[in-house]
Design a protein around this ligand. Structure first.
Ligand SMILES: [Zn+2]
Length: 120
């Protein structure tokens, strides 16, 4: 299940960023996932529960923003959003394009942490 390794590396990245906030708990992690990233959001969510166990992310929510596929259409001179991932044709003029501008992302957009309780 490659979602688990993806989620594990996300947990590691977030945990590393928490080094400056000792004792902080993560409330929510937001991901940007392209429609072509070939991950199943439900599966990510399931693996997230496993991967966050015993980490500062335990109990936090995983929010997945799925990004549509965007290609650049030469005849139109525009970046156009595709209606699906089956056909790489410009929805405006029908010209096939493989000049991908968006759709393979798999990155952390942001994460929210609880206020650190002890302040000295
Ligand atoms: Zn076009």
């Amino acid at each position: 299940m490659h979602e688990l390794s993806i989620v594990t590396s996300i947990v590691e990245t977030v945990t590393e960023s928490l080094a400056d906030y000792p004792g902080a708990r993560v409330k929510e992690v937001r991901l940007r996932v392209g429609a072509l990233a070939s991950v199943i959001p439900e599966s990510l969510d399931f693996c997230y529960g496993i991967a966050t166990e015993g980490t500062p992310l335990e109990g936090s929510r995983l929010v997945v923003d799925v990004l549509p596929v965007v290609v650049h259409c030469e005849p139109c001179g525009l970046d156009v959003e595709l209606e699906g991932v089956q056909s790489f044709r410009c929805p405006r003029c029908g010209t096939p394009s493989h000049d991908l501008r968006q759709g393979r992302e798999l990155e952390i957009d942001s994460f929210e942490i609880d206020e650190v309780e002890e302040k000295k």
